[in-house]
Each structure stands twice: as C-alpha cells, then as structure tokens.
Design a protein around this ligand. Structure first.
Ligand code: FEO
Length: 396
C-alpha cells in the first residue's frame, strides 16, 4: 500500500512478506524484504526505482492509484538489478518516452536485461536535476554493490536515497527503522552487509568518506530494502564504517560437517580448548548441513578466527563445506585467522585441502590443523583441545 512520507515523497514500493530466498538460493531472507520505490511530487514528478519483477503489474496498478502515469516526468533507476528494475517493462509499456536517469553502466545493464532502447539520460557524480523547490544530486556508488549503482540526494529535505546501501532484508508493517524491534533490525542490517556488501568494503569506506566530504545535510536515508533511517541516520553510517574496516568481534566460529559424529566431537573439543584460554570469547559451532548458510557467513564476518572441519570423503571434503568455503572466498575478508580439522578413515586429505582453500580465501593460517583417524579417543580429543588452546592464544 502506498504511504505518504512527507509533502513531497510517497513510498510506492512492495513489501514482500513471502520472500525466503534471495539472489537465487544465495541469501536466506528469514523475515522477507521490501523493494522500496519512491514517488517525488514537486513541480516535476519523479519516480525513484521500481520493484521486483513478479510484482510488476501490482506496482504499476498501485502507482496509477497515486498518479496519472503520464504525469511522471523522470524515472531514476539507481541500480539495474531486477529487484529494483523489474517493473520497468510494465511501466514503460505505458509511458515509453519518459526519460530514465541512470549511470552509464546502468544503461548497459538495463539494455542487457530488457533489450529496449528507452530514453536514457546518463548521469555522473555531481550532476543535478532541478525538479522545482528541490534539486536532486546524483552520486555514483560503483560496487555498492554493482558497477551501475548510484545514490540520489534530495536537498532541502536532506534525503539520501541509497538504493542497496544501508538496507536490510526485513519486511515490516512499519516504514521507519526506529519503529521496529532494534535487535532484529541490526541483526538484519549486519546480515545484509556481510552477505552482500562485505566483498566491497574498501569501496564502501571510500564512498562514505567521499559523501561526508560533500558536506550534504543528510537528515534521512531511504534505502531500497527494508526500513528508512529517519532518526540519527549517522548510526547506520557509523556502523558501515566499522563493518567496512576489517570488522571483527571477540568471536571464533567453528564450522563443520560430519558423517558419523567424529568431526563433530573434534569441533566440540576444539571449542573447549579455546574456552580454556579465553573465557570471554564468543564461540559458535555451526554445522553447515544444518545451519543456514546466510547466518554462517554473518558469523564468519563477525569472527576474528574461523575453524573449518570436514571428514575426508572420496579424497575431498563434504559438499556443504565446499559450498561454504566458496562463499567465504567470495567475501574477500581480511585480517582474520583460520585453521582446519577433520576425521578420516584411510586417505585423510580434507584437512590439507581445506587449509589451502582458507589460504586462498585470504585467511592467515594458524597451523596445519588436526586430523584424526576414525573415531577420536581421549588422546585424540586432547590433541583437538590443544589446537583450541593454540587458537585461543594466537587470537588473544
Ligand atoms: Fe537490491 Fe542489488 O539489488
């Protein structure tokens, strides 16, 4: 349902309560999401972004309740990914000549997906669009998180439309971040950062610093997913600067999969070894065949060290570990430590192979790890505890 935010801006997006998977199967959205689109009515009328493709007709139909589509003067496409541009085809069928403002990469990506040569107007950082009492300023934000991404700043109101930046996958009956349960909000905000923006942390940091130097008065941040930062938008900006700066908490995450519980027993013994050294460290054990991968990646993002274990199977490791290692590699994390472990029956390659993958993923390897033949006995579990103690000392 459309919601009037102030005298000029109306939310015309879609709250997707049903969304449980995003980016295919890559991101689990436990609490749904929203695709926020905004209609600005000044002397000129501007639409910022649309919604995901399955909701294209619903979006256009709702927009018609708000305004005669022919009165839309400009469409701003801040990012071509289908969750924001998905309703363009349906919309442009009705108003095919309306100018679309986007970055040069935006033109390429929109054409690449929709194969239409609409009335594109390419904008760069600092370009302005006067719409009456307000002027919109465009700010390119490449790799936050696609090369085409841009933000839009609306003066006088001090609104930064930030597209994927500062968003959360969180469906809510509320519009503003200060209206919802704060633990849930921040959990979703860091999960979103860890799973979408972490690989681009350097660009995030540079872009925020660039915007801060522009001395724009930012009173509110309107992302394209989740809740609007109406009060103290600097709180999420500050968090982004922390998360973008080799973020780590006093946490070690032990990630494993197991066939007959030997590797699980090793994981638990390693955990007790870490605890022997540091009673204050948060230790999380996560089984990759049971725990959700989006949550696993978030815990990896928060950790100062990770410990990864799998039994050896067919000269390799279990597929859930292979999958999570590939995802961890994509996060391009820095300044974190890691070590591997696992049980085996005869060949025993998994620990070495996992170590190699962790090294390739940019982790500082603590040591060669521990591997145990068959079921660990007390002596072998003691070896695992010793590994845990070494992790505790190395990461203190
Ligand atoms: Fe929310 Fe990159 O799309």
């Amino acid at each position: 349902m459309n919601t009037k935010i102030n005298d000029y801006v109306t939310w015309v997006g879609k709250t997707d309560w049903e969304l449980k998977k995003f980016h295919g199967d890559e991101f689990t959205t436990e609490h749904g999401s929203s695709y926020n689109a905004y209609l600005i009515r000044d002397e000129k009328t501007v639409l910022i972004d649309t919604v995901w493709l399955p909701y294209d007709r619903e979006f256009v139909s709702n927009l018609k309740k708000e305004i005669d589509l022919k009165k839309i003067d400009y469409i701003i496409v801040q990012h071509g990914e289908v969750d924001h541009s998905g309703a363009l085809m349906e919309l442009m069928d009705e108003i095919p000549n309306t100018p679309i403002y986007c970055t040069a990469n935006g033109v390429k990506y929109i054409k690449g997906q929709y194969h239409e040569d609409w009335n594109f107007n390419i904008v760069k950082t600092g370009d302005k669009l006067n719409i009456g009492k307000h002027t919109l300023t465009f700010i390119e934000a490449p790799m936050l998180h696609w090369p085409d991404t841009m933000f839009t700043y609306m003066d006088n109101e001090g609104i930064l439309f930030s597209n994927d930046g500062f968003g959360q996958h969180l469906a809510s009956e509320f519009l503003y971040a200060d209206e919802v349960e704060q633990d849930k909000l921040w959990k979703e905000a860091i999960t979103y950062y860890a799973n979408i923006l972490a690989p681009f942390s350097m660009m995030v940091k540079n872009k925020i610093n660039e915007i801060l130097k522009m001395n724009l008065e930012i009173n509110m941040i309107y992302p394209s997913h989740g809740l609007i930062w109406r009060k103290n938008p600097e709180q999420i900006v500050k968090k982004y600067l922390e998360w973008a700066d080799n973020y780590k908490e006093n946490q070690v995450t032990i990630i494993y999969d197991t066939m007959w519980n030997s590797t699980r027993k090793m994981a638990e013994a390693i955990a007790s070894g870490i605890e022997n050294i540091d009673k204050n460290v948060t230790i999380k054990l996560m089984n990759t065949s049971k725990d959700d991968k989006t949550l696993v990646l978030t815990e990896v993002f928060k950790s100062k060290a990770i410990v990864v274990g799998s039994p050896t199977v067919n000269n390799g490791y279990l597929h859930s570990i292979a999958g999570i290692l590939e995802m961890i590699k994509g996060m391009k994390l820095k300044n974190k430590k890691a070590v591997a472990f696992g049980s085996y029956g005869w060949s025993g390659e998994a620990t070495k192979l996992i170590t190699e993958e962790l090294r390739k993923a940019g982790f500082e390897i603590i040591n060669d790890g521990v591997k145990v033949m068959w079921t660990p006995d007390e002596e072998m579990l003691e070896q695992c505890k010793k590994l845990g103690e070494e992790i505790g000392r190395t990461c203190a």
